[in-house]
Write a protein that binds this ligand. Structure first.
Ligand code: ASP
Length: 330
């Protein structure tokens, strides 16, 4: 039987990290090994697939930016559009994996598997988790049934949908959660059931050079509204320069805004959208019928994903009612 052709894109992270000793799992440098070294550590991959590998970046994912997302999304799209590629695997740092995964999830149009993987322990560690994670990610990317659910991550023997992926622990190997997570042993029928009923993607214009600036502020009890004023003024200026900008607030409870913040938010021009998200992690009710026209609800999205969705929507040129619909479909 013909082996599936899988394209590996390496972007860095702890999976490519090295430390001075095998017992050092924190004082290491991420993004040291190249794509070829990652593959060489897992010779069993040869039995699964015909692999090609490329190094797109080699960075710690704390340094990932929307500019990297744009480059990566376009590269993944080019690969999945190639009839000679059956699936794509991306290695990445764990710190911002959920943001990149969600950006790819909503911007790459394909029914081929796109699988991200990472590691919590560097490649040099005793019981490094990267090699098995990479093996299982490639194994998943070889299964056409994995292509209907959008972008998936594979870590710690689990398949985690990008739509609700979150890193919830800074050090444990089992650091990630996602609603609908499956074991890597899931059958094709179970995998297919992951395909969401509603799933909207957005096309980024080919001429788009940079994604618009969108800031995320977390509002804690007693947070100073001066912070909102400063950010509102900076975004008003940025919007004039880049043609678009936006703000996401991670708010207490059901995205409840402290009274003291209301005047500061009035400084945001109508052209700069404000997305209200919940610090609880998403799932707010839609409640502000009387809200200014540029205010949007994050709905089921957590604040990080609401920001990614706003960046993608603004980058695709959505404004006003079209941007609101993009959030309502989220
Ligand atoms: N700081 C690393 C990164 O995100 C952490 C990791 O990959 O686990 O690149």
């Amino acid at each position: 039987m013909r082996k599936p052709r899988i394209a590996l894109i390496a972007t860095g992270g702890t999976i490519a990290g090295t430390a001075g000793s095998a017992t050092d799992t924190s004082g290491y440098t991420a993004g040291q090994l190249g794509a070829d070294a990652l593959l060489a550590a897992v010779p069993q991959l040869e039995h699964l697939a015909r692999l090609s590998a490329e190094q797109l970046f080699n960075i710690d994912s704390k340094d990932m930016t929307p500019q990297h997302w744009l480059v990566l999304s376009r590269r993944v799209q080019a690969l999945v559009d190639d009839p000679a590629v059956d699936g794509v695997v991306i290695t990445h740092g764990t710190d911002t994996l959920e943001e990149t995964a969600y950006f790819l999830h909503i911007t790459v149009a394909t029914t081929k598997p796109v699988v991200m993987t990472a590691a919590m322990r560097p490649a040099t560690a005793l019981s490094a988790d990267g090699p098995l994670n990479l093996y299982q990610a490639v194994e998943l990317a070889c299964r056409p049934a994995a292509g209907r659910a959008g972008v998936l991550a594979v870590l710690g023997d689990r398949i985690l949908p990008a739509a609700s992926l979150s890193k919830r622990h800074p050090a444990a190997v089992d650091a990630f959660t996602s609603a609908g997570a499956l074991t890597t042993l899931a059958s094709d029928a179970v995998l297919q059931a992951l395909a969401p009923a509603r799933y909207s993607r957005i096309a980024l214009p080919p001429e788009l050079q940079t994604l618009p600036p969108v800031e995320l502020l977390t509002v804690a009890a007693g947070s100073s509204p001066a912070l909102a004023s400063a950010v509102a003024r900076a975004l008003a200026r940025a919007s004039l320069v880049s043609g678009a900008a936006g703000l996401v607030l991670a708010l207490p409870g059901n995205a409840s805004l402290p009274e003291s913040w209301l005047p500061a938010l009035d400084e945001l021009p109508n052209s700069v959208p404000l997305v209200l998200a919940s610090r609880c992690g998403g799932g707010i009710s839609r409640h502000r019928a009387d809200a200014p026209g540029n205010w949007l609800d994050a709905g089921a999205l957590d604040p990080l994903k609401a920001r990614v969705r706003l960046i993608a929507g603004l980058g695709a040129g959505l404004r006003g009612a079209r941007l609101r619909r993009w959030f309502e479909r989220g």
